[in-house]
Design a protein. Sequence first.
Lengths: 86, 186
Amino acid sequence: MKAEMGFLENRVKETLDKTELGSAITGYHLEEGQDDDGTEFLRVVFELANNVPIEDEKLETFAETIEDTLSEIDERFASVRFSEAA
Amino acid sequence: MSNYDVELLDAARRLLSRRSGQRGKLPSARIRRSISTSYYAIFHFLLEEAGDRLIGTHNDLRRRRRILARTFTHTGMKMAMDKVRGVNVDSSVEEFMRWPNAPSGSLPTPSFAQDIAKAFADAQAKRHDADYDLNKALSSTDARLTRLRVKRAIAGWRNATSDSDRDFKKSLCILMLLRGHLRKEL
């Protein structure tokens, strides 16, 4: 089952709002991806603020929460990434 | 080739290391190579596990294990891992994966298997972009977290040693060989 991108974005926002990472993340976006074998997945990209230090363990936990949340509503694997400010 | 995964994870770490006083962003090539190397760490770890569990660990069997390893594919392993990525084992393979005498009904996925399946999917998706799509940005944070996750998942697998854990691992290795699919009548 696949969910609408807007619905997925709302779930990401809800999950983000419940975490302590608010000030460390300045934005996010979702996009559809495809492996070379045709397997579809989702890229979920969070933009990290460059002046808010955050431990890797917190980011790991957050990424896995996003994965689990989206896996309940979409069969595509949610690949969570963190982009760093220039 | 024992502990090849450890060597690869060490290489992935060194690609992300900075010299004393070095600042600024790491070169993209090092980030991408690190992600790809972490993926190959988990890929080769699973190949070695399959060889050990399906062929045997004796030194004399090394050549046979390596021949077997050549039959696995990235896609087939992902399809097998996808069957154990959820809280419960996918219904299409649950009877095959069930420990003898375990209760019927939904089969919970052991946490070590779920963790390695998620780490595999994560590393493979990122490795695809790292190796083939330079338009997709990947950060040093992505590379660091991918390596940490792969390392933890492998450690979790190694620490799962009960009889039922070992049985599940062997069944999963067979499923990887079968590219995640059983015939319907099974």
